[in-house]
Structures are given as structure tokens and as C-alpha cells.
Design a protein around this ligand. Sequence first.
Ligand code: ADP
Ligand code: MG
Length: 629
Amino acid sequence: MKFKLTRKQKKMLRRIIIAAVLLAVFMVIDHIFELPWPLELALFLIPYLVSGYDVLKTAFINLIHGQFFDEKFLMMIATVGAFGTGEYPEASAVMLFYQVGELFQSIAVGRSRKSIAKLMDIRPDTANVIRDGEKITVSPEEVNVGETIVINPGEKIPLDGVVLEGESTVNQAPLTGESVPVNKGISDTVISGTINLTGVISVRTTSSFGESTVSKILELVQNASDKKAKVENFITKFARWYTPCVVIGAILLAIIPPVFTGITNWDVWSTWLNRACIFLVVSCPCALVVSVPLSFFGGIGGASKEGILIKGAGYMEVLSKVDTVVFDKTGTLTEGVFAVDDIHPNIVSKAELLDIAAACESFSSHPVAQSIVRAHEGHIAKDDVRNVSEIAGKGVKAEVRGEVYYCGNGQLMDMCGATWHDCHLTGTIIHIAKQTPSGFEYLGHIVINDQIKEDAASSIQDLMSLGVKRLIMLTGDKEKVAKSVAEKIGLTGYFAELLPADKVDRVEELLDAHSGSLAFVGDGINDAPVLMRADCGIAMGAMGSDAAIESADVVLMDDKPSKIAKAIKISRKTMRIVWENIVFALGVKIVILVLGALGIANMWLAVFGDVGVLIIAVINAMRCMRKID
Ligand code: ADP
Ligand code: MG
């Protein structure tokens, strides 16, 4: 581990070293010469003040403002108490180690902030925009939608857009964690925040900087710490009670035993005062207050390196408890890139049927629509197509060259009342019907097929081995297609021919039927309502899709279902570390409190109970940032 300390941290470190050396030297001198107490006191006050003068100052200021349970105030009381009872080296050491803990904590927080800041590195600084035939460099905020920008090799792509000219490879690792570069050529989309590697490309921007993928992600990561986990809230509340309770315990411990035993000589008082000081030293809950949020922060940071954006610690908690994963089919388990397999016209010719279908679909962003448009190849005049309306989960209705058509699945045909028939081929069947004065006339259908994602089956295996019990697919597609996909990848169940609203109903039924958390995974295309309804909505393939980034709780930047298992693993690891720290810190503190009350623990152990525990908990929390496989 390499640290770069800030100036303040360096100053602090210097003071700690000086104080430590002085303390050690004085302890040796004291041991050899058995100094008289006033001299001893004077000597040990030096390292005490060197390491802790600022603590004392802050404590005084806080005291004036009436803050009694402030940790610095407690440190002051504890150390002054230790001096009072003749434990000079101990008193000095408590302050020294307290400062070591403070320094450590500030380094750890800085480091994890830096790991998030590294992610922030995706923020582009400049854009080269072409204006009046000249290339000028401006800040990305100043570029308008539809302008042309030029990106040189090695530069960050500042805005989302479509390539107009040139060819290049792009490193999308900053967003997806995937280190294999992707090729980009004319009319491919490029995403802001990724890095152009090899060629010069001109890009027509499709979003303003504020609306770009990079801005959305940055905003999301910055706000991640707002959505607190339940444990985090618990710790905050707990800390508010813990400290006053221990302080009251310390006061009682100092007063009650000597008063009750009736022995009031100085030795007895000093023994109990000393034990009370031990209480005060372990009264600081900072090990918990610091390490729990730090763990979540680290976990969220570590996940983002993998292209997994978790919108808050709360979702991390939910994700770790997932026992049901519900998938959308198209674009989630399958590529969402359909290939047209066959065209079966009824009255018209094949070419005519495809032409009509492509025209109807030319405004839709649905994977089905895009595949038909792609298969069409020819040009579709935008003016030919009017009054397009999408019927979610069914298809589209459009007016093409003055005629009204419905283009979609069997349900859509039933809706318009066309007499249609199914196809003998397996696949997604898109039917087309034309409006006539006497109703809708069936024109035929197009058979399209989608491919199951390469890692779909293995992802299902991974999820099962993580103990996820229910793996269920929901789809608007036909029963036959759904069954074949579900069997091929080994799902535990599926529901077919669902409209978006039916999907919400199914998820609600599943939510009612079990106790663990339910995650829904979709691609953000017409499944936003389900994403929001699930305990944890996971959107995949979010690069460039605003809808997915906004409505989901967890965003997977690329399209890989394998990232779901990874996200669960990361969240479980984070939760485990959080609980390790809670149990460890509280356990040690309670043991020391008990031993302290019984007179078995000394001040050195108390220092361990405070600073030692803090340091160990923080080191443990830092593990959350590390990659897992
Ligand atoms: P999934 O649940 O698989 O993601 P959707 O709910 O998006 O699917 O769509 C369900 C079905 O509705 C599709 O299989 C298709 O038959 C039909 N459909 C949806 N949108 C369109 C469209 N734009 N054009 C034609 N058919 C569509
Ligand atoms: Mg879908």
C-alpha cells in the first residue's frame, strides 16, 4: 500500500513521532532513576501536550458550547483522570494512541474517497467541437445536441453520440470494468466517459452534457451515500446511547464503590477513579461509527470498478439477502438482437410485408422493432409514417402512406379483431394487419429469433450456487419461446404472454409468497414499473439508457447476466465485513468494560479497546474495496 499523506496528515504524523520518542525515552529514564512524582508528572506532560494539545483545545471549546459527550472531551477527562491517579505514562500514551487512531482514520477515509474519485475520473474535461468549419476546444457543458465533435486517440469521449466519420476502438472499462476494447465505426453509438483509443472519430452528439451517461453516473455515485443501510442507521442511533451510558457507568464506578465500602482514603478513591478512566477511554464508539459507512463506501466503490453501480448502502443490504431473482427475457437473458428467420405473407408479397412492418416499426426502440428495420435494408421516408403509437407488450399501431396497420403479437391481433393464425416455426412471431372499412385484414407474419446470451446459463448456475432459490423469467413473448429459453438455461420457472402490468402483478405475488428479498432484472425497456416494484431493481445494459439508470436501484453497465451474481457476492462480502466489525468492536469493548470494572484491565488494554479496535475495524473495512472473482 502506498500512501500520499496530505500536509495536515504529515504534520500530525510528525507530532506523533516526536511524542512517541519522548514518551519512550522518558519511560526508560523513569524506570532507571525512579524519579520523584512531580518531576515524573512534568516529564510525561511534555509528550502528552505535544501529541494532544489540539484535542484539549477542541475539548475546551466544545465544553463551552455544552457538548459533554464529544469524544475529545472524553479523552481529556480520561487522560486528566489518569494523571490524577498517578498513571503518568499511561495518560500520555492514551493521548498518543488516540491521535494515531485519528490519523489512521483520516488516511482510510481519504483513500476510499480517492477510489470513488478514480471513478470520477470518467468526467471529461474538454470537447473539440466543430463550429463554422473550425475545431475549437470548449468544456463539454457548452456543446449542444446535434453538434459535431472530434475525438482524438487517447481522449475521453465527452458526450453521448453517433459516429459520423472514422473508425476506432474504444475502451469502455471505466464504465463496464470490461477491459476488452470495442470497435466503433460509422453510425455506431459511443458513450461519454469511455476512452477513444486508436483512431480519430467525428461524432454527432445526441445528448447535452447534463443528460449524458457520464453525468448520470457521476450523480448517482455521489448520491450513493445518502441512501443509508438499516445497520448504518442502527449504529448511528446506538452510538448516541452508548457513549452517555458508558460515561454514566464511569461516574457511578468512581463514586459508588468507595462510598458504599465506607473506606475513603485516597488509595481506594484512586483505584476506582482509575477504573472509571478505563471506561471513558473505551466509551468512544468511533470504531463502529467510522468503519460501517466506510465498509459500504468501499463496497460501492469496489462494485463500480466492475461496472456495477449500487445506488446506496440500503440496496447493498437488500441485495445480500436476495433469494428470488426474476428476469425479463428480451435483452436480459437473450441478446435482444433478433434476426428475421422467415417472412410469411398472406395477400401481399414478402418484400411488401417487410416494407410495411419496417415502416410501422421505424419509430420504436424495442429490440423487435429494430431487428425488423435492420432486415429491411431499404430507405423509409419518415414522412410516410404517421400517428405511431406503441402498445406496450403487444406491438405498434401506425399509419403508413395513409393506411392504418397493426404490427405485433397475437394479442395485438385479437385486440384489433383480425383473423390471424399462428406459425409452425418456433420463434417470436410478429403479425401485421391492415385496417379496411370492414375491419382488419391479416397480411401475414414475420418470424424472428433471438439468441440466448452466452453467459446466461452459467449465470443461473452461479446464482443457484449462491443459494438463490427461485429464478423466474417473465416475458411478453409466446409460451413456446419462453419454455424453450427457460429449459435451455435452467430456470426454475417462467411466465409467458404477459403485458407490462401483468409483470408487476406476478412480481407482487412472488413478493407476498416468500420472506427473502426479490430482485428484478430488466433492460429498462418498458419494464420500469417492475424495476421500481421489486425489493431491488437491477437494470442491465444501462450504458446509454437513461430510463434504466433512473428507475433501477442497481445498474449494470454492460449486458452480462453474470454481473448479477457478482453484485450479490460483493454485497454479501460487504455485509459480512460490516457485521464482523460490529461484533468485534462491541465484543472487545464489552469485555474491557467488564474487566475494567473488576480491576483486571489496565489503561493499556483500554487503549487497545479504543484505538486498536478502531484500526483493526478500519483495515477490515478497507477490504470491501478489493476486487473479488
Ligand atoms: P419481453 O417481456 O420479452 O421483454 P416485451 O414485453 O417488451 O417483451 O414485449 C412482448 C411481446 O410484445 C414481444 O415478444 C412482441 O411479440 C410484442 N412487441 C412488443 N413491442 C413490439 C414492437 N415494437 N413491435 C412488434 N411487436 C412488439
Ligand atoms: Mg423487455
